[in-house]
Design a protein around this ligand. Structure first.
Ligand code: GDP
Length: 463
């Protein structure tokens, strides 16, 4: 398929959703106010059926005429290329002379946050063609370090020594450069997320609905190659809980996150989307059993889910969630729990979670390394996808908009808007970079904009 075709198809898909978000949210509030609430509820239900049917048809459009096979092949080719470049980068011919970038695993935060920290280091390493040296001894999750659970990032080069060492940015000929966390990198290079490498961006933009997620997923794919003991544990666990498809992954982040970095959401708010997924699925397949893989740091949710949703098989582990509390969090046991939860969330057919949590974003990124394009296989109850420390995410207006009231903004075709969020009611919030106005605008009047930067392009590494 051509780029034009794929962008248009994806636009129809996402605007079908936006139309539903709009109608659903408006009708829901009418239902509560109006005398004829029952009639409105019925209309809302019928529109819901129209919506599902449209969504299914556009989804099928992505599959037919060999497009699905093409996407599979293109994704494999691109992934093989990136993985080969990473392997080449990480296994220099002579480690003693190699240019290196040194990064500390132990950022003072949770596992998801630390993985994102390593991905950021790895992206800088890739862009500047330096071997990434990960310092991980004394890791708060496992004292022995990264290699307690994952394969080392290199077979040949793990030591940070060199003739000259400097803090970022150093010089091209400084042998070893040490990197601070993304929040304090200065100067900020242009290749940080959400930027895509110039040489791959045109292909990624045809392949994927949110190419930067695919890009991040490739770094995780390389990093998270498990040690044999880790993969044995995951396989045994899959057998123990009888992990089977169809299954929807639900991540519910509570405890220390609620009220500080995220709002509280009831179990039912997640389950509405799980129900919707299965209704959608039943349009084309017979669903024998509705399953949920539940991951959470709130142990009480397991009994609540089983009590309130008896028609579901709830897979997951209360014992694991007990290792997630802040007092137990930084231990080997907790590490094995979070690795397990993220693994099975990413293997699910669909994800329902809050993108404010790095656990949920990591699972989604890994999911996108397992499918050619899993950019539509999720519902986030709060944020749109972002990368911590990113510069911005842009929309470009493709239809003009006249503000209806003071909380909306005007758009001219071609305007760039820095997105603050999607309100999942047909509107997004953002700042028009031309007028500097901030406020709401209808999401269907814009398209996502991809930003690119120059990265090292590895001309010697070919498939
Ligand atoms: P965030 O705080 O949710 O953005 O994610 P982080 O990964 O940075 O920190 C949260 C930490 O809490 C995780 O790394 C885990 O150690 C623990 N945690 C949170 N949610 C879960 C969960 O669903 N399962 C398990 N096993 N641990 C969790």
């Amino acid at each position: 398929p051509s780029e034009e075709y794929e962008l248009l198809r994806r636009r129809i898909f996402s605007n079908t959703k936006e139309l539903w978000y709009y109608a659903n949210s408006e009708l829901q509030s009418l239902e509560k106010e109006a005398d004829n609430g029952d009639r409105i509820a019925k209309i809302r239900k019928n529109i819901g059926e129209h919506y599902m049917s449209l969504l299914k048809d556009v989804t099928n459009l992505a599959e037919i005429d060999g497009h699905s096979q093409w996407r599979q092949q293109e994704s494999e080719n691109l992934s093989n290329l990136v993985q080969k470049r990473l392997k080449h980068l990480q296994n220099p011919f002579d480690c003693a002379k190699a240019r290196k970038l040194v990064c500390d695993l132990n950022k003072g935060c949770g596992y998801g946050c630390q993985l994102h920290h390593v991905v950021y280091c790895f992206i800088v390493a890739y862009a500047t063609e330096r071997t990434l040296i990960l310092r991980s001894k004394g890791w708060r999750y496992s004292k022995g370090g990264w290699q307690d659970v994952f394969l080392p990032l290199s077979d040949t080069c793990l030591l940070p020594n060199g003739e000259t060492t400097n803090r970022w940015p150093g010089h091209r000929n400084t042998q070893v450069i040490t990197l601070p966390i993304i929040d304090s990198i200065n100067p900020r290079p242009p290749f940080l997320p959400l930027a895509l490498p110039e040489d791959l961006a045109p292909r990624l933009n045809i392949l994927h609905g949110d190419p930067v997620v695919w890009w991040i997923g490739q770094f995780l794919k390389y990093m998270l190659r498990p040690q044999p003991a880790t993969s044995n544990k995951l396989n045994e666990y899959a057998k123990k809980v009888n992990f089977q498809k169809p299954i929807v992954g639900v991540h519910i982040r509570r405890t220390d996150k609620v009220g500080t970095e995220a709002a509280f959401h009831k179990l039912d708010e997640y389950m509405i989307h799980v129900e919707e997924y299965y209704k959608y699925k039943e349009l084309s397949d017979k669903v024998d059993k509705k399953r949920v893989y539940l991951a959470t740091d709130e142990p009480k949710l397991f009994s609540e889910a089983k009590r309130k949703y008896p028609e579901y098989e709830i897979i997951g582990d209360e014992d694991i969630s007990k290792t997630a509390s802040i007092s137990k969090r930084y231990s080997d046991q907790s590490l094995s729990g979070i690795i397990t939860d993220i693994h099975f969330l990413s293997l699910s057919d669909y994800l329902v979670c809050t993108f404010s949590s790095q656990v949920c974003r990591v699972a989604y990124e890994i999911m996108n390394s397992l499918h050619p394009d899993a950019s539509t296989m999720y519902t986030s109850l709060d944020d749109i996808y972002y990368y911590g420390g990113q510069k911005r995410r842009l929309h470009t207006a493709v239809l003009p908009h006249r503000a209806n009231g003071p909380h909306e903004i005007n758009l001219q075709v071609g305007d760039d808007i820095a997105i603050a969020g999607n309100h999942w009611d047909g509107y997004s919030k953002g700042t028009n970079l031309r007028t500097k106005e901030s406020g709401l605008y209808p999401t269907f009047k814009v398209s996502p904009k991809i930003e690119t930067a120059r990265f090292a392009s590895y001309p010697d590494v070919t498939l």
